[in-house]
Each structure stands twice: as C-alpha cells, then as structure tokens.
Design a protein around this ligand. Structure first.
Ligand code: ZN
Ligand code: ZN
Ligand code: FE
Length: 763
C-alpha cells in the first residue's frame, strides 16, 4: 500500500475570478485525491490527501499548469495528518469578503467561448454575451465585493436551468462564472437607427449592414461605448473626425484577427502576445503601408486591437459573412476629452452627432473603462494608457505602510490607492480640465474605494496649486502632501522596481510645476533613500502665451531661435516663420522681450514641439505631441547617426543643457533643404546624446549606478532606446516603467511611493 499523506497548499497571485478553483478540482480528480479548495484572503488554499507520489505530482502540476488568465506568484505547502478524506470538493469562500479580496480585471473572450460563438449548433451561436471562468466582464460590472453575481450588474438576470447546471458543475467551464448567460436568460442587444428598434440577432445583422454601408455607429462595448465605422472608408472616417472635432488625433482600429493585423502592420512576438492576451489592449504597431492612413494621419504607427468581447467577435463574423472582412475604426465613444459614455442616455446625448445608429444592450456598465494602449520599446511591452484589462490589478510594492491616496496630475489623470504592499491605480480618467472628467474622478474614487475597502488618512497630490487634481485632493478629509511632478515621475519607476535609492531620475515630459515656480520638463533629479534634489535641466526658454504654446508650436520655436541667434534672428531664420502672420510673430516677440504672459520652461516636450516646427513638420498641432510624433514617424528603422550638438555647462540650479547649437544646426539644415528624415535622425541622436552625457557626469559626480527614466517623452521609442543604450554603455543600470504609463497616467504611483517612503526635497 502506498503511503497516504495530506498537504496544505497556499497559492498566491491572480487566482480568483479566473477559473482557478475548478482547475484545481480537475487536477485533484485526475489524481484521484481527496480534500478541498477554497478562495481566501491571500489567494487560494488547498488541502489534498492521497498517495505521496500522487500528492507530489498534484503540487508540481499546480505550478506547471494554470488557467489562461491566472498568474501564480507563489506555491507553498506544509504537512498535515491524513484525515481519511477520499472525495474532493470546492468549499464556499463563506461569510464576508476579506479586506484584501481581489476584484479581477475584465478578460478578453477566450478561445473556447469563441468556439461556441462560431458554432451554428451551439446554443450560444453568435450570442454576444457568452463568457466563462476564463473570460468575460469583471471590474466593469462589479458594484461591491465579494465578486458574486448579486453584487454585479448581472443581478437582474436569473439563470435558466441550462445555465444554472453549468454554473453548479465543477467540471464545467462556466462553473461559478458570475456573468454566465445565454440567449434564453441573459442580456440582449437593441439597435436604434430612427424608427422602430430592432432586438437581438436582428439588431446585430442590421448593425453589420449599416457599418458596411459607411455609417458610423455607437456600440456599447465592455467598459463604455465605441464609435465605429469602416477604417477603409476615407469619407466615413472624415465625417467621424469632423463630428468628434478630432482632425488628426489617431483612432484605434479593430481587426478581425492576428493574421489581419499582420496584413497591415509588422507584428513582433511581444506585440502579438499582447494583442491576443486576456488584457487585449490597443497595441501600437508599425504599419506596412499608407493603407488606413485616415485612422492615423502622418504617423508610422497604427493602434490595433482584436475583437475582445463576444459582441465584437459576433459582429466581425457577420461582417465577413456579408463580404466585408476589413478593419473598423473603433474609437472611444466620447466627445473630445470627455469620459467614455457608459449608457444609452449618455450616448444619446453626446454621440448623436457622430453616430447615426446605436447598438446597445441591457447589461449595465458600472465602472467605465476605456481601452488600454500598449507599445513595444527597448524590448519590453509598455503602457501608454492603463485601463480596461489592467484595472484593478495591483502593482506590488517592495514595502507597505499606511493607506495612501495619490490624486495624480491633470493631464491623463489616473489616481492610486495603496493598501499594504499593493498599489491600485484607477483606470485612465483623462484630462481634468474637462468638468465631466472631474465627475468621473469622484465617481471612480468612490467605486474603487468601496471595492478595496480603503480609507486613507493621507492624500498626495501634484505641487501645482491650480491643478484640478490638487483641488480635488484639498476637498477630501485628512492630511495632504504636495509632490513635485517630476520627482513623482521618477519615483513611479522606483516603486515598480522596488528601488530604494540612491538613483538618478530623468523625467522628460511636457509640463510640470517646479519648486521654483517655473514650468519644468527635462529634469535630472538625484534621489537617496529619503530626499531628492534637482541636479540638471534644459536651459530655460520662454513659452509665449503659456498653454497655447503646446498647440501653436511655432511660439516656443520662435523663443528658441531668438535665444540662439540673438537680435539678428529674423535674418538667420530666413523663411522659416513665413507661415506665421507677422502681426502674431511680433506679439510673441513682445511677450518674449517683456516676459509678460511668457512663463519660463525647461520642457523637453515643448523643445521637441519647437524642433518639429523648425524641421518643417507643422506650425500648429491639433493634439498634444503631434509634431514630435510625426517627426519620430519619419525616422528610418536603423539607428540614426551622429546628432546635433547641445552645450552642457554648470548653471545656477545644476547642469544646464543649452539647445542653442542644435537650434542653429537645424535651422541651417532646413534652409539648406536637407531631407526631413535626416533632420529628424540628427535631432533624436542629439537629444539622446545630451541626456546621456549629462546623466553620465552626474552619476560620476555622485557615485550613482542606477538611472530611472520616466515622463511622457520616453514614450518616444527612439529616444527611450537611444538613451537606454547610451546609459548602459556608460556602465549604468537603467530602470523604466512597464506596469504603469511613463506619462502622467503613471504619476500617481510615484506620488504614493513618495508619501509611503516619506521623501522630502533637499535644499
Ligand atoms: Zn470563455
Ligand atoms: Zn441561460
Ligand atoms: Fe508629466
């Protein structure tokens, strides 16, 4: 007789709401073991009893095999005395949800459910709301913990006998799948296009027809509405742009499959894995041709996602059946910078301009969540926007402390709660200068706070006194802590990597309030364990008109040219400013001379804006960073050669990087008619070279070995890769953002880490 043993096994990680218990149950049945499995505060607990060899194999299998959406952080086991148990069961989690219960993030349609959806003999054939324990809505439908159906927006639907059988059968893929549903008992579609609404399958048919005919629809998706139209129909895209007042800003497209994505774009292994991952973000891919130019004019990259809900998959199946297998623009259903619409009432009010029909359903969206956006750079997948699929997954911290709320910044706002050694970022909220986004902020603060059961007594916020996010922080009870913008950027990287200091932080972005009241944006910051100080930056230049200079990018260009050439700048610049009405140029020159309405800045984003004007890209942008993105798009795939020269010297507040020699060179190259691609290459090389050189000097002076790179400018793939390679060549270890965006969408994590670690500025 084999020796009988019993083990207690603890598993941590993403193991709840992802089909982990049925998976354990099946493994136990395979091994004919006794015992039980249940969810608890820290993850999943198992007791398993049987022959020693069988239990050993079971534990090995647990570490080796896992459901698609699960992530195992640790498996530990200890010995118990055998209890003679022969059968295996799934025990109830029981009672109230523990304080650390985890709400799973939304999961893209799995391969099994897609199979059901496309099988004409299946009872869920083309049913847009099918799901199982491996896929489906989670965070977007959860009202409160624990994650059980009565606490989701599925509460209003009662399961039919067939669905209930699946739900109760531990061997079924839909065992305890809280949103389980079928055409007989679940949510259904409604199409409104003027006239009598169409329901169910007829609604989907009609939506497919309308889209093929070139109409734009508002489609209720997982975390909100999308505006959809044919991406290959220039007129349709142009109409959508006009109605959304987005003349150029890139729109994401949805393609039916990975093969289709490869037809339009180059797709690396990392990018392919991201496209088909359960998080299913929009992935920025390098396009092969100018096809679908209307979706992302002037850019070398196209944001692509694959159908991630059964509704999308069913829609694409019908489109194909009707002879259109092509791409759809699938952009957030909002007006300009407003929050994504989450119900028909909002969509009816705000999307009736662009959309000529709505395709909605009766499974309410509780937490709105936009599509996440990812891109590959320096060999890693990175996030430009963190929302659906990623929220509310935690960022693990190397140490904990009291609960903190960090309110983030005003552009690309996301906030952050900490609880123990975990940080929970909200989904992307957006631009807080838009009042509806402030409402979205408050709504999400309440929702996420309830789910996480947190009540922080300390609120961190940006140092900028006039930021809406700072105002929102002030309206909350408890202690407040103002955190300098770029210190927070750098610390967002340190938090992700558990880096305790000392390190050098390079934060390059568009704008952030400095401790000297100026607008910072290319900061070299020295950190030790508790303090930080500024050790270098781009030489200040004027930003005539303030915020407007981020769109009228000839303004900072004029400031830089005037600095570089002095009084003779007009002659030196030749015809460069010909497109700018001379009266406006004269006004801007007066602002520069008097300093009135002309803040000083060290912004790398504005420097890049100015360079993109000088290079000849454009005089005015219609969205932030348009010029630099178009400039980057011109680069050849190979490494650019030697770059323009920047002068580095000691200034009153650390090293000063003077762009004047580079400005003079780019003006000369432009006037000599050199190709744009060459100017772009020299610029990228020059900026990266100057950043690396200044960092090297500072690292040597202070004996530092580690550098953290953050800020929106490091979403520029070429700059990130050149700076990383240069620093590594200098013997430094480079850390970058991977779990949170390098832009202001990740800044709340740095603010929280600043508060947790008790950082202070060193004077
Ligand atoms: Zn599934
Ligand atoms: Zn049913
Ligand atoms: Fe920033």
């Amino acid at each position: 007789m084999a020796r009988i043993i019993r083990k207690k096994i603890l598993i941590t990680g993403v193991v709840q709401g992802v089909g982990f218990r049925p998976h354990v149950y099946k493994l136990a049945l395979e091994g004919a073991l006794g015992g039980w499995v249940k969810n608890d505060a820290s993850g999943v607990t198992i007791e398993a009893e049987g022959p020693a060899a069988g239990v050993g194999k079971f534990i090995r299998e647990l570490s080796r095999r896992k459901p698609a959406a699960a992530r195992i952080d640790s498996v530990s086991s200890s010995d118990l005395s055998p209890a003679g148990q022969k059968d295996f069961s799934i025990a109830k989690s029981g009672g109230r949800a523990p304080a650390s219960a985890i709400i799973p993030a939304d999961l893209a349609l799995c391969a099994d459910c897609l199979g059901d959806l496309l099988d004409p003999s299946d009872r869920r054939y083309l049913y847009p709301f099918t799901n199982c324990t491996n896929c489906g809505p989670r965070y977007t439908i959860v009202k409160t913990v624990p994650y059980d159906r009565p606490f989701t927006t599925m509460a209003g639907f009662s399961m039919c006998p067939a669905c209930l059988r699946e739900y109760r059968d531990p061997l079924d893929r839909r065992f305890h799948a809280q949103p389980n549903a079928c055409p007989a008992c679940g949510p259904s579609l409604k199409l409104e296009a003027g006239g009598k609404p169409l329901l169910g399958a007829a609604a989907l048919e009609k939506a497919a027809e309308l889209l093929i005919s070139g109409r734009t629809g508002a489609l209720q998706s997982l975390g909100g509405f999308h505006l959809a139209c044919r991406a290959d129909d220039k007129a349709a895209v142009a109409r959508l742009r006009a109605a959304k007042r987005r003349p150029h800003k890139p729109f994401a497209v949805m393609l039916p499959s990975l093969a289709a994505a490869r037809k339009y774009c180059r797709v690396s292994a990392l990018e392919a894995a991201a496209l088909i991952s359960p998080e299913a973000p929009v992935v920025m891919l390098r396009r092969r041709s100018r096809e679908l130019e209307a979706a992302a004019p002037g850019l070398s990259k196209l944001g692509v996602m694959l159908p991630y809900t059964p509704l999308h998959a069913a829609l694409f199946a019908l489109l194909e059946k009707k002879g259109f297998a092509g791409p759809l623009v699938m952009t957030s259903g909002n007006f300009r910078d407003e929050p994504i619409c989450k119900d028909l009432a909002e969509a009816g009010k705000r999307l009736s301009g662009p959309a000529s029909f709505t395709l909605s359903h009766d499974r309410p969206i509780h937490n709105r969540a936009d599509d996440s956006v990812a891109f590959e750079a320096a060999g890693e997948l990175r996030l430009a926007r963190r929302a659906r699929g990623f929220v509310p997954s935690a960022v693990k911290l190397s140490s904990g402390g009291r609960q903190v709320l960090a309110c983030g910044a005003d552009l690309k706002n996301a906030f952050c709660f900490t609880r123990g050694k975990e940080a929970f970022l909200s989904q992307h909220i957006g631009d807080l200068s838009e009042p509806l986004n402030q409402e979205f902020f408050r709504e999400t603060l309440a929702n996420l706070g309830r789910l996480l059961k947190v009540r922080p007594a300390l609120t961190a916020h940006d140092l900028h006194p006039d930021y809406a996010s700072s105002g929102l922080a002030r309206s909350l009870p408890g202690r407040k802590l103002a955190v300098q913008h770029h210190a927070a950027h750098a610390l967002s990287v340190a938090a992700e990597h558990g880096l305790d200091g000392p390190f050098l932080g390079l934060a390059f972005d568009g704008t952030g309030y400095g401790t000297d009241g100026k607008i910072w944006g290319s900061e070299f910051l020295l950190f030790d364990k508790k303090t930080w100080r500024r050790a270098g930056h781009l030489k200040y230049f004027g930003l005539p008109g303030g915020d407007i200079a981020a769109l009228e990018i000839w303004r900072p260009a004029l400031a830089l040219v005037k600095d570089a050439f002095g009084p003779g700048w007009r002659r030196a610049a030749g015809s460069l400013f010909a497109a700018v009405p001379s009266r406006r140029a004269a006004t801007v020159e007066r602002m520069l001379d008097s300093g009135v309405n002309c803040p000083q800045t060290s912004s790398m984003g504005r420097l890049l804006d100015a360079f993109s004007f000088l290079a000849g890209i454009r005089a005015e942008a219609t969205y932030e960073a348009q010029g630099p993105m178009e400039l980057e798009s011109l680069l050849p795939g190979t490494r650019p050669g030697p770059g323009y020269n920047f002068r580095i010297s000691a200034g009153p507040s650390g090293l000063e990087i003077d762009p004047a020699p580079a400005v003079r060179s780019v003006v000369a190259d432009r006037l000599a008619g050199r190709p744009l691609a060459l100017i772009s290459a020299r610029l990228h090389s020059g900026i990266a070279g100057a950043a690396v050189e200044a960092a090297r000097v500072l690292a040597r002076q202070s004996g530092l070995k580690s550098v953290c790179l953050s800020g929106g400018v490091f979403q520029n793939r070429v700059l990130l890769e050149l700076v990383t390679a240069g620093l590594q060549k200098a013997g430094l270890t480079v850390y970058t953002n991977r779990q949170v965006p390098a832009n202001d969408g990740g800044i709340a994590l740095g603010q929280a880490w600043y508060a947790l670690k008790g950082y202070k500025e060193k004077n």
